[in-house]
Design a protein around this ligand. Structure first.
Ligand code: HEM
Length: 409
């Protein structure tokens, strides 16, 4: 089904056919603190997925499985419950991208950027940025050389005070076209209560049912992690509709290209790497000045999919640089209270109407944010301190009601 085209680009696309091939990702997975996962050739990295559930919901999920083989539906709460079951509760911390560090800097507009969007991101005034670099997955102690995606989340404070946010990965495609495949893959890593290990038959069945991770698996098999957050490109992955002051619209995707260049660890470096080196590498790099990334738009053309982050656009699309991010400081806790909800967008940048993954992220982040902030507040209250990053209201510009509700799970 397609709605009226914008600049020749259809507004909606047919949903991808998740059943069109039968393949499962073939790259290493980090071990959960709760179990030693099997190492068979066809698994998505746990870091590429995420979840959660209350005890009651877990029990009802188990009962539903015994009585009915139909998989449970993906809901934001169920996904975050699964994250907790797979990675551990992570009280007070993000349920996904748990290991990370805060950073600050600013964004400057490139000449001509306003031609594409009227967003105040591109007004020409420098925009202060709160950033967070991270490792995908819910393991707080994940080794920095883990073969998992790296994340960069940005909160731009625009002239006048409005916010614009992004949460990106250093991979060119996502693992899942639908929340359901993301959820089932993740939940299949949940340890079986009797064995303490994931159910291999269930993992196999899920791998056969969902094959939307094929493009990411292929990319991961060809690439190794970066030696520094400063040496990775970060991709928005979803398509967004840019609208300029004349109301002209076009579909774009964005990625941030490091001026320090992309680098990868060698296999020997991965083996020899200490558990923690990314924070130190960034701090040392920052002693020599800000680290910069150019924000590059890829301009969509008619027929390019705008509702599926697993489908890259064809090579050769026009690219334009619309600004530069400079990270000036790293460390501290200023990002901890922030919910980097990717649907916090400014006027002039619009989400697609029918990208199910993007739509699902917002409430899932809200659930994780609500749980971790409630736990942090409880922990601080018990120790008599003020909560870290006590800007929770400003930090969660969307979904305040949703998060409050979600915390009473
Ligand atoms: C169904 C799909 C997805 C789900 C359910 C999901 C879920 C989550 C959750 C629960 C968090 C923790 C939020 C918090 O506590 O503040 C998170 C963090 C994050 N996600 Fe996703 N995510 C999904 C897809 C993606 C995609 C497609 C990207 C990149 C384009 C992405 C990038 C990130 C990043 C960078 C963070 C860390 C943000 C931070 O530093 O606070 N995620 N995700």
């Amino acid at each position: 089904m397609s709605a009226a085209p914008v600049n020749g680009v259809p507004q909606t696309q047919a949903k991808s056919n998740l059943g069109e091939s039968r393949y499962r990702a073939a790259f290493e997975q980090e071990e959960s603190p709760m179990h030693q996962p099997s190492r068979h050739a066809c698994r998505l990295p746990r870091q590429a997925a995420f979840c959660f559930t209350s005890c009651a919901a877990l029990l009802s999920l188990g009962a539903a499985r015994a009585a009915d083989p139909a998989p449970p539906a993906a809901t934001p709460q169920a996904v975050v419950d699964s994250m907790e079951a797979v990675f551990g509760p992570n009280a007070g911390k993000r349920r996904n991208h748990t290991k990370g560090l805060c950073a600050e800097g600013r964004f400057t507009t490139a000449p001509g950027a306003a031609r594409y969007s009227r967003s105040l991101l591109f007004s020409g005034q420098p925009v202060p940025v709160q950033a967070r670099f991270s490792l995908a997955g819910g393991r707080a102690s994940a080794p920095d050389a883990a073969r998992s995606p790296r994340g960069l989340a940005l909160q731009f404070r625009l002239p006048g005070g409005a916010l614009h946010q992004m949460a990106m990965l250093n991979v060119p495609v996502f693992s899942s076209a639908m929340p359901q495949s993301f959820f089932e893959r993740l939940d299949a890593d949940r340890p079986d209560p009797t064995t303490g290990k994931p159910d291999l038959a269930r993992q196999k069945a899920v791998a056969e049912r969902f094959t939307d991770n094929k493009a990411l698996a292929a990319w991961m098999s060809q690439h190794r992690p970066p030696p520094s957050f400063a040496n990775a490109s970060y991709h928005g992955l979803h398509a967004f509709r840019f609208v300029n002051a004349q109301d002209q619209a076009r579909w774009v995707k964005w990625h941030f290209v490091p001026r320090d260049g992309e680098k990868e660890l060698s296999e020997d470096e991965i083996k020899a790497a200490p558990a923690d080196f990314l924070a130190k590498a960034l701090a040392e790099r920052l002693q020599h000045g800000p680290v910069a990334w150019d924000m590059v738009l890829t301009l969509g053309e008619p027929g390019d999919p705008v509702n599926d982050p697993t489908r890259p656009w064809p090579a050769g699309r026009t690219e334009v640089t619309v600004g530069t991010l400079q990270v000036e400081h790293a460390g501290g806790s200023a990002c901890e209270a922030i919910n980097f909800d990717p649907l916090v967008l400014s006027d002039g940048v619009q989400a697609p109407p029918d990208d199910p993954v993007l739509a699902f992220r917002s409430p899932a982040y809200a659930v994780s944010w609500a749980r971790r902030r409630a736990e942090a507040a409880q922990g601080q209250a018990a120790s008599g301190q003020a909560p870290v990053g006590d800007a929770a209201k400003a930090a969660s510009p969307r979904g305040e009601a949703a998060t409050t509700k979600a915390v009473t799970r």
